[in-house]
Ligand binder design. Sequence first.
Ligand SMILES: Cc1cc2nc3c(=O)[nH]c(=O)nc-3n(C[C@H](O)[C@H](O)[C@H](O)COP(=O)(O)OP(=O)(O)OC[C@H]3O[C@@H](n4cnc5c(N)ncnc54)[C@H](O)[C@@H]3O)c2cc1C
Length: 415
Amino acid sequence: MHSALRIIKEGLTGNKGWKPAWRKPDPRTQYDVIIIGGGGHGLATAYYLAKEHGITNIAVLEKGWLGGGNIGRNTTIIRSNYLLPGNQPFYELSMKLWEGLEQDFNYNAMISQRGVLNLFHSDGQRDAFVRRGNAMRLSGADAQILDAAAIRDICPYLDYDNARFPIKGGIRQPRGGTVRHDAVAWGYARAADRRGVDIIENCEVTGFIMENGHCLGVETTRGTIRAAKTAACVAGSSSKVMAMAGQRLPIESHVLQAFVSEGLKPIIPGVITFGAGHFYVSQSDKGGLVFGGDIDGYNSYAQRGNLPVLHDVCEGGMAIMPMIGRARVLRMWGGIMDMSMDGSPFIDKTQTDGLFFNGGWCYGGFKATPASGFCYAHLIATGRPHEVAQNYRLDRFLGGAAIDEKGQGAQPNLH
Ligand SMILES: Cc1cc2nc3c(=O)[nH]c(=O)nc-3n(C[C@H](O)[C@H](O)[C@H](O)COP(=O)(O)OP(=O)(O)OC[C@H]3O[C@@H](n4cnc5c(N)ncnc54)[C@H](O)[C@@H]3O)c2cc1C
């Protein structure tokens, strides 16, 4: 982080003394590890490879600019409120890494543990949430069950009396919250760069170098680059990139949109989610309501959405919080989600020696960024899965070991 004295000095001298946060090196022809994709997960992987395993001869290849993918498009929510044993310890590790991240990579990511509140609207849903809360507490996470009166104290403006789906209570994770998403990319990038990692922007991977079942590197728009280990980490582009390596994934790509209102006085205490439809909202430090809902529901690689989903999301908002109808939407955008068949991700080796895969994050991969990088780095460096990520195997559907957190079955557009 910058010292207060330095900020004052630069402010008085026209801000001419700042250096770029990371270098812009030309790609070399050989590295120990190539990471494809300079999103949050790719940068975190490079950082933990360098920090935890001493591997620094790494290239992170990004086809656009850092922060241009989902790391800079998400609604910034972090939480570890998972139910299944295949997921909960992984997301709790991520939460613990978030809690020390700013000190660790020495960058202000505006981590704000203001709480995540999931509303429930029926007795059956309360039972399911109590079960989830117990699973969370068993794995060391925090969870509280609140009744309607307790929620009325925190959020008096929700619709308690006339709603189609009356609010009966909620499950709250006080340690959940929000993080400034692009600062996470910048923080990991700066810290990885300082440990010697080459971050190469405007460098698209266009093919893989394969020989006798081994991956020996990649072809890019900036030339051929070789490495003993190549690790794909391209989120919404997973199917396209891995198809170049001859691999078919249990993943579909769908658009997810986010919306921001005009700035309002502080009103939303943390993150609130609607339990009878798909709507969630938080409030940024600038005052904008940041909200979203379902994916668009058809396969697409376009980073933009459409109006029917906007209507659907706003209907969800009106159903629990009618006052939101008076706020004006300022901005909306879309990102490409790598939706897996069971809603859970993959961190695994592939059938090709030297080629690793990380993806299938659906719309929940931002909160996973630290643990994803940590566990992927562990796999790449040691050849063995990290214990909290050992279920994220690419072949799990063959043996019926799906990690179906929502119980929706093999239906990516429902996860
Ligand atoms: C609207 C929206 C809201 C969301 N809200 C949340 C939330 O609140 N909480 C949460 O936990 N998650 C959320 N997510 C999901 C989360 O953002 C993603 O799961 C996560 O960011 C994906 O990992 P990443 O950061 O590495 O992806 P990205 O930032 O997309 O990184 C992948 C990178 O790979 C690059 N790439 C692709 N192809 C190539 C190639 N051929 N060569 C080189 N580079 C390539 C891309 O340019 C991109 O920069 C949201 C997503 C969206 C779109």
